[in-house]
Design a protein around this ligand. Structure first.
Ligand SMILES: [Zn+2]
Ligand SMILES: [Zn+2]
Length: 266
């Protein structure tokens, strides 16, 4: 499995992540915060499945631009897979003929511009022309939010979505022996822990507590979603916590690098 955290700033290269989107095997996107800015329309058109973790703008913001970039009446449109709350929010607040034309119902000839797939927690489904199985897992955030487990039959990778301290995600991680890596959100510094608690995010302290729940000290873990304003502070705090010793191996925790291609398994 090949995974890239997409750049979200035109002033590249930057370590700062303003928007969230992961590209998986060139044909799947997890979230669409920056998807409409990715490379060329032809490369965007390879993306056939968009998995949305939740409705927040840093995860959905560039979805309208992406859908416009890939309009092609000669082929099936891409599918957006999401929680019913997320899909309802897109209809009411994005594709409402005010923020953007109603791409959900619009047709060009007979062809739709997007297909919607309503997800149920822990009901796996197949994407990427049958090569990947995705299992949505509810996590803890102020709006209904899914983490996603992607499994290609040999290797699996887990994406937390936006979440505060959570439980079910780790039960499923512990029950997945072929899990190779976890992308775990880390949003605020410990000095903003009250804010993080209120808006459902992790800080370095709660991040390492989540790793203890994972209970797989050797597993590769990548932190993502570091709020740009506090990026340096978060990195410092996490480095200090890992240096003091945690249940997880310090050399198996890294900040996900934007624009870098990570490969897991064959
Ligand atoms: Zn969020
Ligand atoms: Zn977010």
């Amino acid at each position: 499995m090949k995974i890239e955290v997409l750049q979200s700033s035109p002033h590249s290269p930057t370590r700062l992540q303003y928007l969230t989107s992961f590209l998986v095997d060139d044909v799947v996107s997890i979230d669409a915060g920056a998807l409409g800015l990715m490379r060329t329309p032809a490369e965007q058109a390879r993306v056939r499945d968009v998995l949305l973790t939740h409705s927040h703008a840093d995860h959905t913001g560039l979805l309208p631009i992406f859908l416009e970039n890939v309009i092609d009446e000669r082929r099936e449109p891409p599918t957006v897979h999401a929680h019913p709350f997320t899909l309802a929010t897109l209809r009411q607040d994005m594709f409402n003929d005010r923020m953007w034309p109603n791409f959900v119902d619009l047709r060009i000839g007979e062809q739709r511009l997007v297909k919607l797939h309503v997800l149920e927690a822990e009901k796996p489904f197949v994407i990427a022309a049958g090569t990947l199985t995705c299992t949505p897992i509810l996590v803890d955030h102020p709006v209904p939010t899914f983490g996603f487990l992607l499994d290609d039959g040999r290797d699996a990778v887990l994406f937390s979505g936006d979440t505060g301290p959570t439980t079910r995600l780790w039960e499923i991680a512990r029950a997945t022996p072929r899990l190779r890596a976890v992308f775990l959100e880390l949003s605020f510094p410990d000095e903003r822990s009250e804010l993080a608690r209120r808006v459902g995010h992790l800080t370095p302290k709660t991040f390492v507590e989540e790793l203890a729940k994972l209970d797989r000290p050797e597993l590769q873990v990548f932190a993502f979603h570091l709020k740009a304003k506090w990026h340096a502070t978060i990195v410092d705090e996490l480095t200090q916590r890992l240096a003091k010793g945690t249940t997880h191996r310090a050399d198996r925790v890294a900040i996900a690098e934007l624009g870098r291609e990570y490969r897991f398994g064959g």
